[in-house]
Write a protein of this length. Structure first.
Length: 67
């Protein structure tokens, strides 16, 4: 699965502001959840399923890797 690096960086930034996000392991689609605005996409009912979704960490949870 390929994902857009800019979209990943924006998602990590979004999570770092106190929000939640997951990545669908099958489609590569990001889902964002916030209390401030309406959700950009409908939050999946099974977002807690670690086999289907990867929880996106905030900046503190990420380690920078030099490629």
């Amino acid at each position: 699965m390929l994902i857009d690096r800019n979209e990943l960086e924006n998602t990590v930034e979004f999570v770092s502001m106190g929000n939640e996000a997951v990545l669908c392991r099958k489609t590569g689609k990001f889902f964002w959840l916030t209390d401030v605005e309406e959700d950009i996409e409908a939050w999946p009912d099974d977002a807690h399923d670690e086999q289907k979704y990867l929880v996106i960490p905030d900046k503190k949870g990420c380690r920078r890797a030099d490629v």
